[in-house]
Design a protein around this ligand. Structure first.
Ligand code: CO8
Length: 257
């Protein structure tokens, strides 16, 4: 498939997707979404890929859903077409997905970053849910994910005032896992993704699935799920290899079995 709104590359065992609508600060329109889902799902199915990175440009990860595409949308079309529901496909990927965010991550851009498993931010990153300034509210998960990730007070502050927060504030409140100098963003994110991709793929995938359980269930159910998945890892050759390699003081050679 030829992509017009994204750039798709493979960097060793990492799938790399760059949003590429510079003229609109990577505003997320339906054409971009369709391409993104195809590219991400292809990486998710590819046995040679162990982790995926999504990034934008130095100026904008994504400045939101495409306002120009949305401005004439009628209620009936939005409702009947279940507008924005296709974004859920991003959250169904089974391999780790890292957002490398520089510049603006606003509205749908912030929501896309939050659909990823974690966010690495450049020092110039700016996060916000400015939908209220447009006469709407977050529609791609912002009201729910932001509240779970950073708590009610700050989520209310961002969603109700529409203000942006910088990378330092985003790290302080736990929205991003780390902040790196702007020039190092891609290298540092690829390093993290490469590290993940060097581990046993089934173990990586089960770890992602288990951490995500913390957002979907009670603590006691989550702990039970963790224990069962942990037990099941002893059926993997990679568990034998990982522990033998430690005991023999050598690097492990995982087979994804
Ligand atoms: N959609 C469409 N085009 C955009 C968007 C966007 N979200 N953001 C920027 N652009 C376009 C601009 O229109 C401009 O195009 P042109 O050159 O043709 O005029 C170009 O990108 C460059 O933008 P600016 O000139 O504005 O650049 P600045 O550096 O001056 O400003 C900002 C950068 C501050 C990021 C500014 O562009 C801005 O405020 N953008 C909009 C941010 C925003 O409000 N995002 C939220 C969008 S709504 C959303 O994501 C979810 C809605 C949920 C609704 C649910 C319905 C079912």
């Amino acid at each position: 498939m030829t992509y017009e709104n994204i750039i798709v590359e493979t960097r060793e065992k990492v799938g790399f997707v760059q949003l590429n609508r510079p003229q609109a600060l990577n505003a997320l329109n339906s054409a971009l979404l369709a391409e993104l889902n195809v590219a991400l799902e292809a990486f998710d199915k590819d046995d040679n890929i162990g982790a995926i990175v999504i990034t934008g440009s130095e100026k904008a990860f994504a400045a939101g859903a495409d306002i120009k595409e949305m401005q004439t949308l009628a209620f009936a079309d939005a409702y009947l077409g279940d507008y924005f529901s296709e974004w859920e496909r991003v959250t169904r990927l089974r391999k780790p997905l890292i957002a490398a965010v520089a510049g603006y991550a606003l509205g749908g851009g912030c929501e896309l970053a939050m659909m990823c498993d974690f966010i690495i931010a450049a020092e110039n990153a700016k996060f916000g849910q400015p939908e209220i300034t447009l006469g709407v509210m977050p529609g791609m998960g912002g009201s729910q994910r932001l509240t779970r990730f950073i708590g009610k007070s700050k989520a209310m502050d961002l969603c109700l005032t529409g203000r942006m927060m910088d990378a330092a504030e985003a790290e302080r409140c736990g929205l991003v896992s780390r902040v790196v100098p702007s020039g190092d963003l891609i290298e540092e994110t690829l390093k993290a993704a490469g590290k993940i991709a060097s581990f046993s793929l089934p173990v990586v995938m089960m770890t992602k699935e288990t951490v995500n359980r913390a957002y979907e269930t009670t603590l006691s159910e989550g702990l039970r799920f963790e224990r069962r998945v942990f037990h099941s890892m002893f059926a993997l050759e990679d568990q034998r290899e990982g522990m033998a390699a430690f005991a023999e003081k050598r690097p492990p050679k995982f087979k994804n079995r």
